[in-house]
Design a protein around this ligand. Sequence first.
Ligand code: SAM
Length: 485
Amino acid sequence: MSPQPGRPRRSAPGKPYRRPKKDPVRILAFEALRAVDERDAYANLVLPPLLRKAREESTEARPFDARDAALATELVYGTLRRQGTYDAIIAECVDRPLREVDPPVLDVLSLGAHQLLGTRIPAHAAVSASVELARVVLGDGRAKFVNAVLRKIAADDLAGWLEKVAPPYDEDPEEHLAIVHSHPRWIVSALWDALGGGSAGIEDLLEADNERPEVTLVARPGRSTAEELMAAVGEDSALPGRWSPYAVRLTEGGEPGALDAVREGRAGVQDEGSQLVAVALANAPLEGPDERWLDGCAGPGGKAALLGALAARRGAALLAAEKQPHRAGLVERALAGNPGPYQVIAADGTRPPWRPGGFDRALVDVPCTGLGALRRRPEARWRRRPEDLAGFAPLQRELLRQALAAVRVGGVVGYATCSPHLAETRAVVEDVLKGRGGPAAEAEWIDARPLMPGVPALGDGPDVQLWPHLHGTDAMYLALLRRTA
Ligand SMILES: C[S@@+](CC[C@H](N)C(=O)[O-])C[C@H]1O[C@@H](n2cnc3c(N)ncnc32)[C@H](O)[C@@H]1O
């Protein structure tokens, strides 16, 4: 019978038993990976309470400081992002299919592989820290296995391993890119199609998905300014937005929640791509009244808060609708203190309670696969399945149809996704315009590109696709339509 994990056991004759060293950073990273693996948890939700607990349990003898927190975060995010690459390498170093390796053992191996191949931690330290972790969380027997596998991995660097485990680009470009840049093959294929199929950009895009995004703030107009935020953050740690006049980028990360303007709701955390979408909808040319605005998929409320502030400046009122009541609560919080009139309701945008034709502008930022925000959710790429697209499409079409019905003739609708997948972007809009899967909508395209002044590489229009590698934003998509009849 194998000994129980963690229980001291008799050592080999002549070798005194040594208790494993407990390393709070690696144990925390392992616990986070287990939660993501076992409970389908989100890393960005699991980590903060684990970090808080580690800080609370910190003692003088065993401190847990900001550097430990940064290392634990990097180990978790990096391991999850590069999981596809590390799996291919680990598979070369074990004598059985990966699915037959116990998931907790695989997590320790992946963490070790990341330290060896994706960080500057010296190889001997990466191996010994991983073996100590394995002794604590798996037991001595499995620690020996971990030691043997990681020693094999340590025999080469990442470039050397990739030459061995990825097929040459010329033989199978998609599989090559999938392994080298750690994305599921179907996502490589979809992103490549969305980029237009040429070789330009795909590697930069895949690598941009593997970078941690900057934290960006939005100064809600009429409530705070980018200058105020820059001054509060400190000029050394902040830069103005690249494209949005309301954006401030935090170059040192930091804690946005500690800023007065964020605590008071006058500013928020918001990617510049989302800011551009809200601003473009607000500035789209419109004849006649401009008094009633709708956000039909508002939760958790980032775009609604910016739209609310922009609407207030123009004397317009915003109705923010969200199907999930608890998310409608988040919208309510995001809009609290909005300087102009607004209302938040829990409502299904496919069976809307509002009067048709009653709005001048409407946004539907529809539920989607989120393939445009892979850099924020390190585990998301491994959870999504191509089948998910088929589930979203009818809902996306119906939400757009209802948004077009909600605006008056001449009114403007913005259809947005945080995914560049063609099946969720252009195809949905064309289906609605051409009457596939429902009656044809009476609407025409508005060129969205001039509504993002100064933003380069916006393609041939009339819709706009933003990209992490070109614009430093999430891959947000925006189509603008005008109701014609
Ligand atoms: C991509 S998110 C919107 C993000 C939001 N615009 C923001 O900037 O914070 C899509 C939202 O649509 C909501 N939703 C899903 N189905 C819906 C429906 N039938 N009617 C209204 N909202 C819906 C989801 O619950 C989710 O909160």
